[in-house]
Ligand binder design. Structure first.
Ligand SMILES: NC(=O)c1ccc[n+]([C@@H]2O[C@H](COP(=O)([O-])OP(=O)(O)OC[C@H]3O[C@@H](n4cnc5c(N)ncnc54)[C@H](O)[C@@H]3O)[C@@H](O)[C@H]2O)c1
Ligand SMILES: O=c1ccn([C@@H]2O[C@H](COP(=O)(O)OP(=O)(O)O[C@H]3O[C@H](CO)[C@@H](O)[C@H](O)[C@H]3O)[C@@H](O)[C@H]2O)c(=O)[nH]1
Length: 331
């Protein structure tokens, strides 16, 4: 199929571009490079430096290139920033996606795969989290993703668009060959911050909260390898093209790891000692987020195969210690 990947110069999008091409699909990347990297897009993939808000340009591209599906990663995705500056989240995520969907509708593209998030659930009542649990985002970022899910459902009902919304838990790791990986500025995610500390780029890694109701007092998350996330996108595309109806799926491993366990794993994989500081809780962090992925496994047969903590950490380390400044100045 011929697929447009919005946000394909970003972390998860670039790994999915690779997975799609490995399955023989043709890919065009649309990215405004606000937070992505030219160097994350292979030289032989067409990169269109464009913004999803530009409905006329996007519609024209979809029609001219006979695009059959859109994978929509383009978004702002930092929880803290979304609380400090909600307007850019409503504009980039909700308004931007509205214009993108409008272009998709006008160009009659039949399928969309959308990057949603575990943040739509907020503080879960129980774990593992299943898709039928209540939606109660505790931050603006999660709220914008939930609004987009509603928009998709309404476009689907009214115009026949078929879509899958994938609610990722914590994306982690990097391509096994170390050529693409995670490079966010500013970096807020735990694993890159730990590994930057192991590299000596930071003085210490702070543990945000040691008094959570968990066995070691630190937050538990469900870390899923970015390669497994990418493979799930290929699966759900096949599912839609095979006649599957619109769906939303959690993407996680059903295993939780605490912050302390991640730090210990990093020390083992890197063979380096580094300073660890106990710090107060970070506002808005739920104690435990673990996915049930039973639904996507039952419907599409997808299973995570690279998401052991050792593989995640080893792959992330290969990327970070060979790219100390990420994609550097390739932007
Ligand atoms: N990283 C995670 O753990 C995680 C978890 C859950 C959901 N998600 C979602 O997955 C998607 C990808 O996340 P990521 O970590 O790869 O983020 P990222 O910031 O690395 O990638 C996003 C890309 O979208 C581009 N972009 C942003 N706004 C745009 C616009 N208006 N027009 C065109 N391009 C635009 C950026 O330049 C960037 O390349 C996001 O939608 C995010 O909300 C990520
Ligand atoms: O320096 C740090 C950074 C993080 N943490 C903790 O590590 C855990 C993971 O944090 P982080 O890597 O920032 O991810 P989350 O806040 O869990 O959010 C990610 O995972 C969510 C889904 O679970 C997505 O919605 C978000 O977009 C994505 O950033 C949390 O308990 C943090 O409190 C620390 O202790 N120290």
């Amino acid at each position: 199929m011929k697929i447009l990947v919005t946000g394909g110069a970003g972390y998860i999008g670039s790994h999915t571009v690779r997975a799609l091409r490995e399955k023989g699909h043709t890919v065009i990347v649309l990215d405004n490079l606000s937070r992505g990297h030219r160097g994350a897009v292979p030289g032989d993939v067409r990169l269109i430096t464009e913004d999803i808000h530009h409905v006329d340009a996007v519609r024209q591209l979809l029609i001219e290139e006979h695009i059959e599906a859109v994978m929509h990663f383009a978004a702002h995705s930092q929880v803290g920033e979304s609380m400090e500056n909600p307007t850019i989240y409503y504009d980039n995520n909700v308004v931007g996606t509205y214009y993108l969907l409008e272009a998709i509708r006008q160009a009659h593209v039949p399928y969309v795969v959308f990057s949603s998030t575990a943040a739509v659930y907020g503080e879960p009542e129980q774990t593992p989290i299943t898709e039928d649990m209540p939606y109660a985002p505790t931050n603006v970022y999660g709220q914008t993703k939930l609004m987009i899910e509603h928009m998709l459902a309404q476009f689907s009902r009214a115009y026949g668009l078929r879509y899958v919304a994938l609610r990722y838990f914590n994306a982690a790791g990097a391509a096994a060959d170390g050529t693409i990986g995670e490079d966010h500025t500013p970096e807020t995610h735990l694993i890159p911050l730990i590994l930057q500390t192991a590299l000596g780029q930071r003085k210490s890694i702070k543990i945000f909260g040691t008094d959570y109701p968990t066995p070691d007092g630190t937050c538990i998350r469900d870390y899923i390898h970015v390669t497994d996330l990418a493979a799930a996108h290929v699966r759900v595309l096949e599912y839609l093209a095979g006649g599957g109806e619109s769906q939303y799926f959690n993407l996680g491993t059903q295993q939780g790891m605490s912050v302390r366990q991640m730090i210990d794993a990093a020390k083992k994989v890197t063979g380096r000692e580094f300073a660890v500081e106990e710090a107060p809780r970070r506002a808005g962090d739920p104690a435990i987020l673990i996915a049930s992925s039973a639904k996507i496994q039952a419907v599409t047969g997808w299973k995570p195969t690279h998401s052991s903590v050792e593989t995640i950490m080893a792959d992330a380390w290969r990327w970070h210690h060979t790219h100390e400044h990420g994609y550097g100045d390739t932007k």
